[in-house]
Design a protein around this ligand. Structure first.
Ligand code: KG4
Ligand code: ZN
Length: 337
C-alpha cells in the first residue's frame, strides 16, 4: 500500500505491507513558509506538485520495491488545506489509474491515530487520542479505528502548534516557534506568570467540555510583552516561554485525561508535531500514571504528518473489508472524522 499525504506543508509518501512499515519519506516546504511566519496555502500546494514525484521515488527506493509491486494506493482527502489536498488527490488518482489498482481516500485525523499500528506494538481500543499540530488540536474517542471514531472536541481558534508559532513571533523568535519556545523555556520558570488556560471553565459545559481555545492566551502573552515594552521593565523571555508552554500543556493534558476518566477509557494516544514538546510528553506521562491511564507516543516520524499513517489506515480498511473509493471523490478541507 502506497500512501500519499499532502494536507499541509509535508509531502509524505509511505509504503506499508499490512501492518509493517517499509518506508516513510517526507519532503517539507517549511523553509519556504518561514519568512511568512506560517504555512502559506498556495506555496504549500505548489511545493507538493514539485516534491511528489521525487518523494514517491525515494519511498520506493527506501522500501526496496518498484511501482509494479504496489497493490493499492491511499491518499488523504481531508481535512487540510484545499489546494494542498487537491495535489495529492490528483496524483493518487493518476497513480491508481495508471497502475490499475484500487484507491482508498482516507481521513487525515484518523490517519494520525493509525500511525500507532506501525510501531509494531499491540494496539488496543478504546483509546482517547489527542492530536496536536500546527494545523489541528483535536480530542477523539476511538472505539474502533475503521468504524467508530468520535470527535470529542477541537480548537475553536488557533491550533496548539500555531499558538507556539504566534507566541514565538511576539517574542522575536523564528518560525517554526515550537522548538524555539521549548529552547527558551528550558531556563525559565513555568510558574512565573499565570497565563489563562483557555476554555478550562468550559469543562462544566457538556457541548464545549473538550474544545480548546488559544487566542485568549495569545492575547494575554502579547499584552504582557507590550506592557513591559511600554514601561521599560525587563522582560524574561525564558519565563514568558516557560509560563506560556505550561498553560498550553496544562489545558491539553487536563482535557485529555478528563475525557479518559469520563468515558472510562484507560488509554491515551498522542499524535501530531507538537508531541515533539518534551514538557507535554512528561506532564502527560506523569499525570496519566497517577490517573491509571496508559499513554502511547509513537516515534516523532510517525507523529508528524506522514504518508505511512495514511497507508496504514487504508490497510486496516482493506483488512476489515471496506470497499475501495470510486474515482469521484474530491478534496474536502473540512472532512469530518
Ligand atoms: O505535525 P507538524 O509537523 O505539521 C503540521 O502541523 O503541519 O506540526 C508542526 C507544528 C508547528 O506549529 C511547530 O511549531 C510545532 O508543531 N512544534 C512544536 C515543537 N516542535 C514542533 N510545538 C511545541 N514544542 C515543540 N518542541
Ligand atoms: Zn496532521
Amino acid at each position: 500500500m502506497l500512501g500519499i499525504e499532502t494536507s499541509c506543508d509535508e509531502t509524505g509518501i509511505g509504503i506499508v505491507r499490512g501492518r509493517t512499515l517499509l518506508s516513510n519519506t517526507i519532503a517539507s516546504s517549511m523553509d519556504e513558509h518561514a519568512r511568512y511566519g506560517g504555512v502559506v496555502p498556495e506555496v504549500a500546494a505548489r511545493a507538493h506538485l514539485e516534491a511528489l514525484q521525487p518523494t514517491i521515488e525515494a519511498a520506493l527506493a527506501e522500501a526496496q520495491v518498484t511501482l509494479a509491486d504496489i497493490d493499492a494506493v491511499a491518499v488523504t482527502s481531508g481535512p487540510g488545506l484545499a489546494g494542498a489536498l487537491m495535489v495529492g488527490v490528483g496524483a493518487a488518482k493518476a497513480l491508481a489509474v495508471s497502475l490499475d489498482k484500487p484507491l482508498y481516500a482516507v481521513n487525515h485525523l484518523v490517519g494520525h491515530i493509525a500511525a500507532d499500528i506501525l510501531t509494531g506494538e499491540e494496539v488496543e481500543y478504546p483509546t482517547v487520542a489527542l492530536l496536536v499540530s500546527g494545523g489541528h488540536t483535536s480530542l477523539l474517542l476511538v472505539r474502533d479505528l475503521v468504524s467508530d471514531v468520535e470527535l470529542l472536541g477541537e480548537t475553536m481558534d488557533d491550533a496548539a502548534g500555531e499558538a507556539f508559532d504566534k507566541i514565538a513571533r511576539i517574542l522575536g523568535l523564528p518560525y517554526p516557534g515550537g522548538p524555539e519556545i521549548d529552547r527558551a523555556a528550558a531556563t525559565g520558570d513555568p510558574n512565573a506568570i499565570r497565563f489563562p488556560r483557555g476554555m478550562s471553565r468550559a469543562s462544566d459545559m457538556a457541548e464545549h467540555r473538550y474544545d480548546f481555545s488559544f487566542s485568549g492566551l495569545k492575547t494575554a502573552v502579547a499584552r504582557f510583552v507590550e506592557q513591559h515594552e511600554a514601561t521599560g521593565e525587563t522582560l524574561s523571555v525564558p519565563d514568558v516561554a516557560a509560563s506560556f508552554r505550561e498553560a498550553v500543556v496544562d489545558v491539553l493534558v487536563t482535557k485529555a485525561l478528563d475525557a479518559c476518566a469520563r468515558h472510562g477509557v484507560p488509554r491515551l494516544l498522542l499524535g501530531g508535531g507538537v508531541i515533539a514538546n518534551k514538557r507535554l510528553r512528561d506532564v502527560a506521562l506523569e499525570r496519566a500514571e497517577a490517573a491509571g491511564v496508559a499513554v502511547r507516543i509513537p516515534p516523532l516520524s510517525l507523529c508528524t504528518d506522514n504518508g505511512a499513517m495514511i497507508a496504514a489506515l487504508a490497510s486496516e480498511l482493506i483488512m476489515s473489508g471496506h470497499p475501495a473509493s470510486t474515482l469521484a471523490f474530491g478534496a474536502d478541507s473540512t472532512l469530518p472524522v
